[in-house]
Design a binder for this molecule. Structure first.
Ligand code: TMP
Length: 209
């Protein structure tokens, strides 16, 4: 069994990633896989502080380039302080969002350019990409409706962007699937959570076996 793999989870708001990741981490631990579950932006103190700056709904003046650079800064600190050491120690690392979020949100939806945002990230972390990325596919309006319906998480500065912005994020992700067909695997997130967990689980088992 391969263990030191870096697997990331991506998708629009309200896709259910966070809940599924928790359930998947529990299952991996049950079969004695040494797993680290973490998230971006955040995962360690410095990056969590950057997260509060980026996502504060009061920061409406934030320039899109500032936003892209802050995500890349949080990513660099998180990667070198937490992800890389865990991989070196033989752990399986599962991460809620990573570089593809920057490419879809800042690169495509904000209009900075996917290649431009990729180059900022290459400065931040080098050419590192996940071993596998699981994209939770769901129509943006369905995901946003879930956030507002459940009210079980804080609504952040990006959630309150317009529906066309979130539709662009979704389009951006689909462009990334074309660009990285080997790495990015799609899961239908518009089904009940247990079915999503099963779909993710079978992709993970294929990757680690
Ligand atoms: P979440 O952790 O609740 O998914 O919130 C993080 C928000 O930040 C979400 O709206 C996606 C956004 N984001 C980016 O725009 N670029 C990034 O690089 C990352 C990691 C997140």
């Amino acid at each position: 069994m391969k263990s030191n793999l870096f697997i990331t989870f991506e998708g629009p708001e309200g896709a259910g990633k966070t809940t599924v990741i928790q359930k998947i981490a529990e299952r991996l631990a049950e079969i004695n896989i040494d797993v680290l579950a973490t998230r971006e932006p955040g995962g360690i103190e410095i990056a969590e502080k950057i997260r509060t700056i980026i996502l504060n709904p009061a920061h409406t003046a934030m320039d899109e380039r500032t936003e892209a650079l802050l995500y890349a800064a949080a990513r660099s600190q998180h990667y070198f302080e937490k992800v890389q050491p865990a991989l070196d120690a033989g752990k399986l690392v599962i991460c809620d969002r990573f570089i593809d979020s920057s490419l879809a949100y800042q690169g495509y939806a904000r209009g900075i350019g996917i290649d431009e945002v990729l180059s900022i990230n290459e400065f931040a972390i080098g050419k590192k990409l996940p071993d596998m990325t699981i994209l939770f596919d769901i129509a943006p309006e369905v995901g946003l409706a879930r956030i507002y319906a459940t009210g079980n998480r804080e609504v952040n500065r990006l959630d309150v962007e317009s529906l066309p912005f979130h539709q662009k994020v979704h389009e951006g992700y689909l462009l990334l699937v074309e660009r990285y067909p080997e790495r990015i695997r799609i899961v239908n997130a518009d089904q009940d959570i247990d079915s999503v967990v099963e779909d993710v689980w079978s992709l993970l088992l294929d990757a680690i076996q």
